[in-house]
Ligand binder design. Sequence first.
Ligand code: ZN
Length: 368
Amino acid sequence: MPLLARMLAAPLVIDVRPGAVTGLGALLADRRIATEGRVAVAVGPGQGDSIVAELQIDAAEIFRVTDGTHDSAVSLGKQLRSGAYEAVAGIGGGRTIDVTKFAAHMAGIPMVAVATSLSHDGIASPVSSLEHESGKGSYGVVPPVAVVVDLDRVRSGPPRLVRAGIGDVVNNLSAIADWELAGADRGEPIDGLAVTLARTAAQAVLHQPGTVGDDDFLTVLAESLVLSGIAMTVAGSSRPCSGGDHEILHAIDQLFPGAGSHGELAGVGALFCTYLRGDERLFALMSACLGRHELPRTPADLGLAPDEFTKAVLHAPATRPGRYTILERLDLDEREIAVKVTAFTAAVTSAGPSAGPSAGPSAGPGGA
Ligand SMILES: [Zn+2]
């Protein structure tokens, strides 16, 4: 009997635990990712030096990733190519991992992602998000061959950075609803396996008790971010994790840079799109989850005036031509969007506890 199944490019190793960084050398050797010892290690500006001191890898060459630009990624890619390395480990937050993923792809060598923060779902994804002279671009790359999350490092990061990843996972539910809308209205094929992975990840975070202060919650968040990345690999695009929510995110990034981090904006975008879709049950659940974790929910929480958020929603579809979501379906004009934004803000306020202190630009460390 023929075995009908599909083959997936999935990571060889997923290691989520306190102190995981110290086991990196053994992981590379034991899993035959690097056998001769020629390994490159790219570290970010934040915890870079203290991580290098902890690493137990002989003959590792250290590279510093200073920013999240396409230029930095190309430059690292050239260095990796000329150095004949067996593998590269990217250790740091989202930017360092995105730069290293792209550089590894360029050099044609396997990449191990070692995450020290959980701010977005790029840890295991086949997408590298990099800044360039006209904004930010998403580049398709080979996904990491192994994913390591060090919970000690994550816990010691700025809480605002840790919490942001919650928004980037929970938004899957809005992205999937948009995908289903595209299936119904446009006949766009929906990948059930990608949906299964992305939805399960989001539901786990939505219903997991606890806070970013405890390891049980952080483990579920880390695994959900990994699952989201694999869902994108399965789909061959960001579709299961990116819909109207990310169109609004990109529009805010372009029009009002610094209003919030990736995960924070994804959460607000998802909540607004869920409101537009009229899904009251999901709206209440999502709003409660974002509020419980002190994430922004309204334009004011992001430090944006209602008319600024309205302009971002109007501009949103242009940021991702060809992607059909609730925004393209409704095709609202500026006046209609303004009415929805006012009603949305009122609905969030009456839906449950407030997000507490504003998570706007000056709310604390972590940056945008
Ligand atoms: Zn995202």
